[in-house]
Ligand binder design. Sequence first.
Ligand code: PEP
Ligand code: MN
Length: 337
Amino acid sequence: MLIVMDKGVTEREIRSVIERIEQLGFKANPIPGAQRVAIGITGNQVPLDSEEFESMPGVKEAIRVTKPYKLVSREMKSEDTVISVRGRQVGGRELAIIAGPCAVESEDQAFAIAELVAKAGANFFRGGAFKPRTSPYSFQGLGEPGLKILAKVREQTGLPIVTEAMDAESVPLVEEYADVIQIGARNMQNFSLLKRVGKSRLPVFLKRGISATLDELLMSAEYLASEGNYRIMLCERGVRTFSDHARNTLDLSVVPAVKHLSHLPIMVDPSHGTGRRDRVAPLARAAVAVGSDGIMVEVHDHPERALSDGPQAMFPDQFAELVKEIRALAPLVSRVF
Ligand code: PEP
Ligand code: MN
């Protein structure tokens, strides 16, 4: 249930609603919003009686939320969530372009790529220090030394850093050096990781699982929100289907579906979605056209030498061209870049 408070509500009235919810044995979740104060109730197994709350002073109305995900649903909060990271806004009119290598391989490699993507117009830098690899014999990432390189890249370029935490133990390290915590596709339903990141002060970049439905993606986001972290960017990165002409099938139709069901921003990763650099730009343009709040793309200055995901890494000049195209596209879909 969602309790919407009157415009002129007092602190005391809000407190007594929260106290009543807690007396009943449920959790009160104040919803951050620009317009009015709202309080989401979670933890109830059966529908609550709306009249009980509507008779309390300061309450405008009590609305039943019918979806299994509550806090991240549009029913709970009608306006879009806008996440501010070091002066950039994700989920508003501004488009976000997150670019960088799959993995941080060395200081020289990270700095060279960061300079190129910053110059081209990226507004976030990505790079994995902890890499989830199919084979235990593949490059696993540099770990903390990789995070230190990322922090230096931010110092040098001013770009906020997005990087993956693979397990609950690595979250404090990522929190120390990065600006946005990525949860990878393979970990979308790692519930202990979700609970830990839900307690973080950093925003989250939550990637859709390889075979996850939209409801499952939103339930994972609900885990984060239920721990108090509402600063969630969702990401479509391709799902596994019978189709075998690309690494994955990029499900762009999920973008308007998310916008309908949730107030959270949704971004698209056409690099993992296609697996081939020549497919990345067309799908990135399509992502912007379909209403995505931004894109995440992998870029490498020497993809042939990349320690992971070389075939899908864009050349820096391809990326620069893509940014120009997105700049031209943005006003057509009422976005700024
Ligand atoms: C990545 O972003 O490098 C990555 C491993 O992505 P995903 O979890 O979507 O495979
Ligand atoms: Mn990758």
